[in-house]
Design a protein around this ligand. Structure first.
Ligand SMILES: Nc1ncnc2c1ncn2[C@@H]1O[C@H](COP(=O)(O)OP(=O)(O)OP(=O)(O)O)[C@@H](O)[C@H]1O
Ligand SMILES: [Mg+2]
Length: 351
């Protein structure tokens, strides 16, 4: 086990405007790991990050960075680098002057500054761009200047608040891989906030999913995807459709049929349950096993796959079919049956 970098212990934030922005959040982060806080708008992500940065004092609870309480260190002395959604680069300065700024603020030896700036511009693949003014750079290049500026003084912690949200999808996906590369290269402990579930899966060692100010699950990406802790997480990561029914010893009963499945937590037979099934795990007209009868209500071509919308059990099931070329699409209105492997039926106790 690596050294502990960040400890968030029973932290809450009440702005006094009704409802808590963050409620009783606790987690540990080891040195060198990349944690993503994922959640919908208003779920408390930025509030939590601002408390970790020391910009906002929790109503209750404690936050330590390398064993030191956050509030024990003055803001400009904290070894924390930050990149925000609004980049806050200095537009009248060059890229190199922007990157040099935190070094000057921290009174680094002026003779060492140019070489260090050059090294970090190289790291973000902007070698040779140091003399450009900010407005002479593309959006993605500006983003990389902001990253270099956050990293140049070698912070022990890097905090990122949706720094990629404004970019188009292709650039955003490239930058996600860049973040990953740079973070691995430097080994800097990172907390990244996003509402993009793909980004969370791609870049992170660990993911925390938040909803309504509360941590819903804290797990590594594969676990988060394969073993969602509750229906919220199952619905938020990936595309899931829900099926309501009653628990059996082996799974559940729904629409008069018995389905084998995975109980999440202890569930007594007879209890009302809600199951989640992912779009890519639903089989159309499987040759065997219990199935749910339905009707195709829409077929959408998405390039690498088809998305079927199938009405069944009073729900609109989303079903991905890969290999659209090797497949004769079912027509709208056609009857189909839906099946899945028992391990892909995640059964939760209904609330
Ligand atoms: N300064 C503030 N005063 C009062 N309420 C606030 C303040 N900042 C945030 N909130 C409230 O706290 C809740 C969480 O806000 P927060 O900004 O942390 O959400 P978020 O998860 O970052 O959302 P987004 O994805 O939209 O950025 C929201 O209900 C918000 O309205
Ligand atoms: Mg936010």
């Amino acid at each position: 086990m690596n050294e502990l970098a960040v400890r968030v212990h029973k932290v809450s934030m009440d702005f006094g405007t009704g409802g808590m922005a963050v409620r009783d959040a606790s987690f540990d982060l080891e040195t060198g790991r990349f944690l993503t806080i994922l959640g919908p708008s208003g779920s408390g992500k930025t509030t939590l990050l601002r408390m970790i940065a020391g910009f906002l004092r929790p109503t209750s609870g404690a936050i330590t960075i390398h064993g030191q309480p956050v509030e024990a260190v003055e803001p400009h002395r904290r070894a924390v680098g930050m990149v925000f959604q609004k980049l806050a680069l200095f537009p009248h300065m060059t890229a190199a002057e922007n990157v040099a700024f935190p070094l000057k603020m921290r009174r680094f030896d002026p003779r060492t500054i140019p070489a260090r700036v050059e090294r970090y511009l190289d790291l973000v693949r902007l070698g040779g761009f140091g003399g450009r003014r900010i407005h002479e750079l593309s959006g993605g290049q500006q983003q990389r200047v902001a990253i270099a500026r956050a990293l140049v003084f070698e912070p022990e912690l890097l905090l990122l608040d949706e720094p990629l949200a404004a970019l188009d999808r292709k650039l955003r996906e490239e930058m996600q891989l860049e973040f990953r590369r740079i973070q691995k290269e430097l080994g800097v402990t990172t907390i990244n906030v996003t509402h993009d579930q793909r980004e969370a899966l791609v870049v992170s060692d660990d993911i925390i999913v938040m909803d309504g100010g509360e941590i819903q699950q804290h797990a590594q990406p594969v676990t988060m995807y394969r073993e969602p802790a509750n229906p919220f997480v199952a619905g938020f990561i990936g595309v899931s459709t829900f099926l309501d029914g009653v628990a059996t010893a082996e799974g559940m009963e729904a629409e008069g049929r018995a389905f084998a499945g995975r109980h999440i937590g202890a569930i007594a037979p007879g209890a009302p349950v809600r199951a989640a099934i992912r779009a890519e795990q639903i089989l159309l007209d499987p040759p065997s096993g219990p199935t749910l009868p339905g009707t195709v209500s829409d077929v959408i071509f998405e390039g690498e796959r088809l998305l079927y919308v199938v009405s069944a059990a009073g729900r609109a099931f989303q079903v991905y079919h890969h290999d659209p070329e090797g497949h004769a699409p079912r027509a709208i209105g056609a009857p189909v049956s839906l099946g899945w492997a028992p391990r892909d039926l995640h059964i939760f106790k209904s609330r």
